[in-house]
Write a protein that binds this ligand. Structure first.
Ligand code: ADP
Ligand code: ZN
Length: 606
């Protein structure tokens, strides 16, 4: 194993390192402060959304400080790609985890001991072994970076027990600065990170959690698969993306269904054998244009910058989950879609999960509150982003880049319809599900209605002027608003709640969002912000992508490790004719210029 030497910067001129090594002209908002704080030897906790640029916050200080930066990360499957990406920049990087053989480990350990590494990625279970700690105690360490720091949280679903031992870094190496990073925003998790990692003295850097390049869209669920297919074909032909489903079976079925319709899709869930799962993840990570249909088991380990969409066929359980899952799209800052289909069955299902969970009453209360907040987002007639950010305590203004901003939904006074629905539920004995209640409202006579003599009720047919889809939308919103509950002990019967009374008595008006007609949903106002390239530029971009694909294949690395899409787009737009001009483009540092500059110029000349 050989280690290339880094571009050495004599003093800690941080903007110079940023330009020379990473190829960027400026820091993003909090990066500069964080980097300076680290270089000066402080501890930090960084809360920044996915795609915000967290890696630079420890990579750059590791280069500017003497010694090796040690990065703790649970994402073993990504370490090879992370190291490849750094090596491309001329940074001396390596990793230690259980996937490599003995000789490779030993070579890395030797390089570490002799000070030949700028950055070392280590799995937490490896780091906390006496052997590894011994090794580190003989090494000059620039800093410790604890990535995915929310893994210390015992309440989150990314909990890693080994993370609880990381406090020992502080005890064993009190003089080495530490930086913990996460994209998880909530204050509870933040508190746990501080406590568990002993970061009471650390400076906390909180970024805005807005992801302006993500377009949020939530459509009424009518024919979910068809809606998905339409979305994929119309807006994301040939793009990489993730489709989230709740159950393993649905993952399998959806993936098969998409493949049968010519979409390059793969399944991923925790019930698959480990090898297949790893192979699917690796393909998604490395190839372009794959659609991964997955349960949330496909999560934290996705570090692909060019995921162009995240689609939900089922409702997540909270805004936190929705934010995290959708956040995997558009890390590279280019336009990406967060798209979801949502219907009555989703509300019923999530409520049932909570009711039937064996958690404590307190747990159920918290879960219900979290679900209600998410339903509020789904039913919102106002800007989705404003709602989302508000949930994380951030004030904002209507974004212009979500479905409700682009195509504001109509709201209507649904007080009368709500009263009719509540009466029908009450008069039929609070023993029936939505289908039957809607039949009664619409005055549909059939066996079940007759058997229960419901055609004789005063409520029979009082809602005949509203069609079935619209009634489904109304009932969904009643359940979402907590005006109707679903009794899971009684096969999903709709029942009244404490809040129903005021509406029934006409004391409280109800506003609702008008639901879309059945079918594919409205055509969208526009495709996600176009890249704005001319035909000529687009042709150049195609050539650049083909070149990148060949290069990536020859080197056995993912395409984005060679250059990100944003870099290729800038090249296509500016068409630089010299190395000097090429060097001004974002993402082209000294090493990449040396390595690829001539080839790019030749290609642009052709
Ligand atoms: P995170 O780990 O927070 O999800 P990354 O560190 O992967 O984010 O960075 C996201 C993207 O932003 C990457 O493509 C990275 O190269 C780019 N990036 C980071 N910092 C800058 C910067 N100062 N200027 C331009 N691009 C940047
Ligand atoms: Zn908006």
């Amino acid at each position: 194993m050989t280690f290339t030497s880094t571009t050495h910067v004599p003093n800690a001129d941080l903007p110079a390192i940023l330009r020379k090594v990473f190829g960027y002209d400026s820091f993003r908002a909090p990066q500069r402060e964080i980097v300076e704080h680290m270089v000066a030897g402080g501890d930090a906790l960084v809360l920044m959304p996915t795609g915000g640029g967290k890696s630079l916050c420890y990579q750059l200080p590791a280069l500017a400080r003497p010694g090796t930066g040690v990065v703790v990360s649970p994402l073993i499957a990504l370490m090879q790609d992370q190291v490849s990406a750094l090596t491309q920049l001329g940074v001396r990087a390596a990793f230690l985890n259980s996937t490599q053989d003995f000789d490779t480990s030993r070579a890395t350990e030797r390089a570490l001991a002799t000070g030949e590494l700028d950055l070392l990625y280590v799995a937490p279970e490896r780091l906390t072994t006496p052997y590894c700690l011994q090794l580190l105690s003989r090494t000059r360490i620039a800093l410790f970076a604890i990535d995915e720091a929310h893994c210390v949280s015992q309440w989150g679903h990314d909990f890693r027990p080994e993370y609880l031992q990381l406090e020992l870094l502080h005890q064993r190496f009190p003089d080495v600065p530490r930086i913990a990073l996460t994209a998880t925003a909530d204050p509870l998790t933040r508190g746990e990170i501080v406590r568990q990692l002993g970061l009471e003295q650390a400076r906390i850097f909180v970024s805005s959690f807005d992801r302006p390049n993500l377009r949020y869209t939530i459509v009424d669920k009518t024919q979910p698969r068809e809606q998905l297919l339409h979305f994929l074909r119309e807006e994301h032909e040939g793009d990489s993306g993730i489709v989230y489903c709740l159950s393993r079976r649905k993952v399998e079925e959806t993936a098969e269904w998409l493949v049968a319709r010519g979409i390059d899709a793969l399944p991923y869930h925790a019930g698959m054998d480990g090898d297949t799962r790893a192979a699917h993840q690796a393909r998604f990570q490395r190839e372009e244009g794959l659609v991964m249909v997955a349960t949330i088991a496909f999560g934290m380990g996705i570090d692909k910058p060019d995921v162009r969409f995240v689609a939900h066929l089922d409702l997540p359980r909270s805004i936190e989950s929705y934010y995290q899952e959708t956040g995997r799209a558009g890390r590279d800052g280019l336009p990406a879609d967060a798209w979801m289909t949502y219907g009555l069955a989703d509300v019923v299902q999530q409520r049932r999960f909570i009711a039937q969970s064996d958690g404590s009453e307190a747990f159920k209360r918290v879960s219900t509150a979290k679900l209600d907040a998410l339903l509020g987002l789904c039913e919102s007639a106002g800007c989705r982003r404003v709602r989302l950010l508000d949930y994380f305590g951030e004030a904002s203004r209507p974004c212009g880049n979500c479905d409700t901003c682009i195509d504001p939904p109509q709201t209507w006074d649904a007080t009368d319809a709500a009263r009719k629905a509540l009466s029908a539920i009450y008069r039929t004995g609070q023993r029936f599900g939505a289908v039957h209640v809607i039949d009664v409202l619409r005055g549909q006579v059939h066996q079940r209605v007759e058997r229960w003599q419901h055609h004789r009720l005063s409520v029979f047919g009082i809602g005949a002027d509203i069609d079935e889809d619209a009634w489904r939308g109304i009932i969904r919103q009643l359940v979402a608003l907590g005006l109707v509950a679903v009794d899971h002990q009684a096969h999903g019967a709709l029942v009244l709640t404490g809040l129903s009374r005021a509406v029934l008595k006409g004391e409280q008006p109800v506003q609702m969002r008008r639901t879309e007609k059945a079918g594919r949903g409205k055509p969208r106002a526009a495709k996600p912000a176009p890249t704005g390239l001319s035909d000529d530029q687009a042709a150049v971009l195609e050539r650049l992508r083909a070149w990148r694909r060949d290069e990536a294949r020859a080197q056995g690395v993912p395409a984005y490790v060679i250059f990100h899409d944003a870099t290729l787009e800038e090249i296509a737009r500016l068409r630089p004719r010299s190395l000097v001009r090429l060097a001004t483009i974002g993402g082209i540092g000294t090493r990449k210029l040396e390595r690829y500059g001539e080839a790019l110029l030749a290609l642009l000349d052709a």
